[in-house]
Design a protein around this ligand. Structure first.
Ligand code: 9YT
Length: 131
């Protein structure tokens, strides 16, 4: 059994990833052997992030804050508030706008390995053999 607490994951730790628009605490990674990764992610207020996870499926559950997600393919926007989940089951290209600070619980399949940040397309690289 794995027991891990958010307070164990902080800046400088391999499970903490900090970018201009968000920071992510990766509570479960590929090397934890669960077949998915689990992140507690904070989106900074007023930011807009374009993403396209071509190599991963992601589900995102909002637990704090408000914003919207726009489907790039058709321009349709959906409000996000606590209790909303979105699942990118078609590797959907999307834009996330945070009106306030948002806190999101994210699950990735396949799991991320650690320090992934978005490339120029808003994707993470495919999972490698690296743990
Ligand atoms: C909600 C979202 O996709 N934010 C970007 C960060 C990503 N979810 C992560 O790696 O935690």
């Amino acid at each position: 059994m794995i027991i891990r607490r958010l307070e164990e994951v902080s800046e400088g730790n391999e499970r903490f990833v900090n970018t201009s628009n968000w920071f992510s605490r990766r509570l479960l990674l590929k090397k934890d052997g669960m077949g998915f990764s689990l992140h507690d992610t904070v989106i900074r207020p007023g930011t807009e992030t374009r993403m396209w996870y071509q190599n991963h499926l992601e589900a995102v559950y909002c637990v704090e804050g408000e914003g919207e997600i726009e489907e790039t393919a058709n321009g349709q926007a959906h409000p996000i508030r606590p209790g909303t989940v979105y699942a990118l089951d078609q590797n959907d290209r999307h834009i996330l706008r945070a009106r306030t600070q948002m806190r999101m619980v994210c699950v990735f399949n396949p799991p991320v390995t650690g320090q992934e940040v978005h490339d120029e397309n808003g994707a993470y690289p495919p999972a490698s053999e690296k743990s």
